[in-house]
Design a protein around this ligand. Structure first.
Ligand SMILES: Nc1ncnc2c1ncn2[C@@H]1O[C@H](COP(=O)(O)OP(=O)(O)OP(=O)(O)O)[C@@H](O)[C@H]1O
Ligand SMILES: [Mg+2]
Length: 337
C-alpha cells in the first residue's frame, strides 16, 4: 500500500467550475483552493451545488466548463490518477447491507490487495476505533443510522485516502452520533488525510473546518476561516443582566452611547442585548464592550452578569445571502411544483 502523504500545498484547486442539468446551473463558476491536510467545509443549503461539486472533484461527473486539479492532477484529463488518491463515502466504499460490519471491511481490505490476516487486523482496528466492535457480527442492514454512517466512513478510509469526500456525513443523525462522526473526522485528519466536508449545518463547519466556502446557487459567496466569516459580518452580541431593573433605562442609554448601536431591552426586566463591532470603528467587539462596562460602573449601575458572544454562522449566512440557510428547500419545492 502506498502511504505517501502530501501535507503541503493544495489538495484541491478549482477555477470557474461549471455544470448544468438542463436549465439548472448546479455549479455556476466555482473557485476553490483546499490546503492539503485540513478539513475544508463546503457550506450551503439544499440545492446549493455541494454534491455536484463533490461529484465533479471525485471524477464521477464531468464539468461543462472550468477546471479542477486534485493533488495537481486534472479531474478530467487525469481522472485515474485522481481516483487513486480519493475516497468518497457511500460511493467507492460501497457497503453491502447483507454482510456484517466485519465482513464488509475484510472484503474491502481484500479488494485493496491486503492478505487475509492483514485485512482482518485492519478491520478489527477500524471497528474498534469507530466503536463498532460489538456490532461487528451484525448485518449492516440492521445498523442504526449512526452506526451505518460510521461503517461507511470506516470503509472509505480503509485504504487511508489522501483526500476524503464526506458529503453531509451527519445529516439526520442524533447529537451523540454526530459527535462520534466529528471525532472520526478529526482522527482521520490527524493522520494526514485532507477532508472535503459538505454540510448544511453551520455549527458543524465551525467545529471541524479550518476554512469554509459558503456556497449558494452554484457560486462561492464567501470564503475564509470560521473566524473570518464571523468577523466579516462585523458583530458580536453583548448580553447584560443588571442587579436593579429600575436602572435599565439609564443602562440602555449609556450602553447605546458607548457602543454606537441600538440596545434591545429583553423580556426579562433586568436584561439587555446589543450588537457590537459593527460600527466600522477600529475597536474590536471586546474593547467596545469593556469600554461600555466601564461607563456603567462609573454611573453606579451594577452588572450581575455579562457575556460577549461571537455571531453564529447562521447569522453570517443570513448576512451574506439575505435569506436564512434553510430557505432553499422551499425554493426547490416551489420550482418542482
Ligand atoms: N442529476 C441531476 N439531474 C438534474 N438536476 C440535478 C441533478 N443533480 C443535481 N441537480 C440540481 O442541481 C442543483 C444542485 O444540486 P446538488 O445536489 O449539487 O445540491 P446540494 O448542495 O448537494 O444539495 P443538498 O444539500 O440537498 O444535498 C439542484 O438544483 C439540483 O436539483
Ligand atoms: Mg447534496
Amino acid at each position: 500500500m502506498i502511504m505517501s502523504r502530501r501535507t503541503t500545498g493544495l489538495a484541491i484547486e478549482a477555477e470557474g467550475l461549471r455544470r448544468s442539468f438542463g436549465k439548472t446551473r448546479a455549479l455556476d463558476g466555482i473557485d476553490l483552493r483546499v490546503p492539503a491536510g485540513t478539513v475544508y467545509g463546503l457550506l450551503g443549503p439544499n440545492g446549493a451545488g455541494k454534491t455536484t461539486a463533490v461529484r465533479v472533484l471525485a471524477t464521477l461527473l464531468r464539468p461543462d466548463g472550468g477546471r479542477a486539479r486534485v493533488f495537481g492532477h486534472d479531474v478530467v484529463e487525469e481522472a485515474d490518477a485522481v481516483r487513486s488518491r480519493v475516497s468518497l463515502t457511500g460511493q467507492y466504499a460501497s457497503v453491502d447491507e447483507d454482510l456484517t460490519g466485519a465482513e464488509n471491511l475484510v472484503l474491502l481490505g481484500r479488494l485493496l490487495g491486503l492478505r487475509k490476516p492483514a485485512a482482518r487486523e485492519r478491520a478489527e482496528r477500524l471497528l474498534a476505533a469507530f466503536g463498532l466492535t460489538e456490532a461487528s457480527g451484525r448485518q449492516v442492514k440492521k445498523y442504526s443510522g449512526g452506526m451505518r454512517r460510521r461503517i461507511d466512513i470506516a470503509a472509505s478510509i480503509l485504504n487511508t485516502p489522501d483526500l476524503l469526500f464526506l458529503d453531509e456525513p451527519t445529516t439526520g443523525l442524533d447529537p451523540r452520533s454526530r459527535n462520534q462522526v466529528w471525532e472520526i473526522v478529526r482522527a482521520v485528519v490527524s493522520h494526514g488525510t485532507t477532508v472535503l466536508l459538505t454540510t448544511q449545518y453551520l455549527d458543524e463547519a465551525d467545529q471541524l473546518a479550518g476554512r469554509i466556502a459558503v456556497v449558494d446557487h452554484g457560486k462561492v459567496i464567501a470564503e475564509g476561516t470560521p473566524g473570518e466569516l464571523k468577523s466579516s459580518v462585523g458583530s458580536g452580541t453583548v448580553h447584560l443582566r443588571l442587579r436593579d431593573p429600575a436602572q435599565r433605562p439609564e443602562a440602555e442609554k449609556l450602553l447605546g452611547a458607548a457602543l454606537g448601536v441600538a440596545v434591545q431591552p429583553e423580556a426579562d426586566p433586568v436584561a439587555l442585548t446589543a450588537r457590537v463591532g459593527g460600527d466600522g470603528s477600529d475597536l474590536v467587539a471586546s474593547e467596545q464592550a469593556a469600554r461600555a462596562l466601564g461607563d456603567l460602573a462609573r454611573a453606579g449601575i451594577v452588572v450581575d452578569d455579562f457575556s460577549l458572544g461571537q455571531p453564529s454562522l447562521d447569522e453570517v449566512f443570513l448576512a451574506l445571502t439575505d435569506h436564512p440557510a434553510a430557505d432553499e428547500r422551499d425554493d426547490q419545492m416551489e420550482a418542482a411544483r
